[in-house]
Ligand binder design. Sequence first.
Ligand code: GRF
Length: 193
Amino acid sequence: MTKRRTAILISGSGSNMLALLEAARNPSYPARPCLVLSNNPEAAGLARAAVLGVPVAAVDHRPFAKDRAAFEQALDAVLLAHGTEFIALAGFMRVLTGGFVGRWQGRMVNIHPSLLPLYRGLDTHARALAAGDTEHGCTVHWVVPELDAGEIIEQVRVPILPGDDAAMLAARVLAAEHALYPVALASAIRHAG
Ligand code: GRF
């Protein structure tokens, strides 16, 4: 199959984005990264992607204030200008409206640091520890208008160890994310046809 032109949306360090770029170096990988896009012009992941020769762009969400639709129209303009056919959210920390999700539904996935449907939203590691869970993990799912609620594509379970604090657990989950996302994105693209 021809590679699907895939935009990776980030807000921060972009370690998941780097894992996807690495996987996409394989000629048989079904995604061709066409853009790394951030809502944060200072996101460290932008420089990390640029060094690797991937087109980068930032649409700062702050000037748009509460006008989420206008912000998302600006995102769409950049996405379409780069020929985007698929979107991988990788630490993108802005809530997307139903309008944007509707335009990309079926062509947009996200990675979340919990065993969904457990712990939608933020602070998942601290919540799993507080609950006394013995395992945690990460999930790649299709994006739907409801936050962190789309059909699950793949999950990886990660043990919670005695003495874990949120940072230690987050690091262990993040390493699992880097292994999971490339596999799950390929599966999603092949499923999308
Ligand atoms: C990851 O833990 C991801 O699950 C969450 O935000 C973090 C992004 O990390 N949505 P990075 O920017 O990929 O390093």
